[in-house]
Design a protein around this ligand. Structure first.
Ligand code: CTP
Length: 410
């Protein structure tokens, strides 16, 4: 595809360099048109080097080629990111005072705006009206993500992550109407990895969780426009870019982090493998092997069930929040995997339960997975299988569907 990438003058312009890479790596021919203000954040040389095409922001460069007409007409898709309040206003009022706004007026194909600005500017009546005007003309304006903005402020107005804009752009170019990011403006907390319960300064009780599923969920949620907080217990994979990471070790630390994060989360997904028990005592010094003593005995005590506690807290605080649990189940002589999982869903009271069938050779550390998503609402169990990233995509789509179409329990 021939893509015109319009870059507005906001600090988020630096993130658009990654978006440009995603487009070129997918084989698209990209012409970047920064506004004058955008070149104060990222220089023309960067856009030229990354796109492999000449870059201009003036209608007076290469006048004989009538660039503003040619670029607008030839583009299969125009993406504007970051779409600043100023750029949105200029586009809404049909101004043609630089190469980008000229090109927008000449566009024949789909146009996607990815806004980024301070929350007050995004919520200002003038911007609201301008966005409605653009949407009314068939221009796709993404809802911004929510989260840390340039200064100390935080709220809706963050540029969605490059992967999220890329996915929306591809959906729009395919004529799909579901380009809008399903989790835009939502805060999603995801726990991942396996907790470790110390016995002494060098030993712990742990589990086989690699963290891959939790990380894949964080990527999928981020790409769906959410502001993501990853509560990372022990993981064998690095956390993804563009998410806030809180590192924890034990179940008790995870509980504390989860309860704090849940207070302002629209969604909490407990994908971590949490130890159900911890040693009753942690030795300050390394436990010694002595020939004269009997075999050591480790006494375990129960850890709190974080998922259940999150559900109880949500219910007493009357908070509107979707809570998702994971269940690693093995069937046995007394029942099959689904029967156990349904009982667990009822016991824990979460809205969705994603059920894995595990054995030592299955799921843990593997790249592929097959799950059943059970809903408390009693809808049909949903099957999802494939790579952990495909399964995560299905789980996050289901989360988006529940949030946007089924009112979560308040
Ligand atoms: N979980 C939790 N706190 C715990 C244990 C588990 O929040 N102390 C969460 C997990 O993150 C997961 C879900 O509960 O989302 C199910 O965990 P699982 O280990 O499969 O279930 P258990 O409650 O431990 O039940 P059982 O061991 O009897 O299968």
């Amino acid at each position: 595809m021939r893509i015109v990438l319009g870059v507005g003058g906001g600090i988020a312009a630096y993130k658009v360099a990654s978006l440009l890479r995603l487009f070129t790596e997918a084989g698209h021919d990209v012409t970047v048109i920064p506004t004058e203000a955008a070149t104060r954040f990222v220089g023309v040389a960067t856009w030229e080097a990354l796109s492999g095409n000449p870059v201009s922001n003036s209608v007076f460069d290469d006048v004989h080629q009538v660039n503003h007409v040619r670029l607008g007409h030839e583009a299969d898709l125009i993406v504007v990111a970051p779409a600043t309040a100023d750029l949105i206003a200029r586009a809404a009022t049909g101004q043609a005072n630089d190469l980008l706004t000229n090109t927008l007026l000449m566009a024949r194909g789909p146009v996607l705006f990815a806004p980024a600005m301070h929350t007050e500017m995004w919520q200002h009546a003038a911007t609201r009206a301008n966005v409605e005007t653009l949407r009314g003309r068939g221009i796709a304006v993404l809802d911004p993500a929510s989260g840390r903005l340039t200064g100390a402020d935080s709220g809706p107005g963050r540029l969605p992550e490059p992967e999220a804009i890329f996915d929306a752009a591809m959906a729009l170019s395919q004529g799909r109407s579901d380009y809008q990011l399903p989790l835009a403006g939502r805060t999603v907390t995801i726990s991942a990895g396996g907790t470790r319960e110390p016995l002494d300064p060098v030993r712990f009780l742990g589990n086989r969780s690699s963290g891959k599923q939790g990380v894949a969920l964080a990527v999928a949620a981020r790409n769906a426009g959410a502001s993501v907080r990853l509560l990372a217990a022990h993981m064998e994979v690095p956390p993804p870019a563009g998410v806030e990471v809180v590192t924890v070790e034990t179940a008790l630390q995870l509980r504390e982090a989860a309860l704090a994060a849940a207070a302002d989360s629209d969604v909490v997904i407990m994908a971590a493998a949490v130890a159900d028990f911890r040693p009753a005592e942690i030795s300050d010094t390394k436990i010694k092997k002595r020939d004269d003593t009997a075999d050591p005995v480790i006494t375990l005590v129960r850890n709190p069930d974080i998922l259940q506690e999150l559900v109880e807290l949500r219910d007493v605080s009357d908070r509107s929040q979707l809570i998702v649990g994971f269940a690693a189940e093995t069937g046995d002589g007394r029942g099959d995997v689904l029967a156990y999982a349904e009982a667990k869903l009822r016991r824990k009271g979460c809205d969705l339960l994603v059920v894995n069938h595990v054995g030592t050779d299955k799921v843990f550390g593997q790249d592929t997975n097959s799950v059943v998503i059970l809903a408390r609402s009693g809808s049909e169990p949903q099957l999802a299988s494939g790579t952990k990233s495909e399964v995560s995509g299905a789980v996050i789509s289901r989360v988006g569907f529940e949030l946007n179409h089924v009112s979560p329990r308040a």
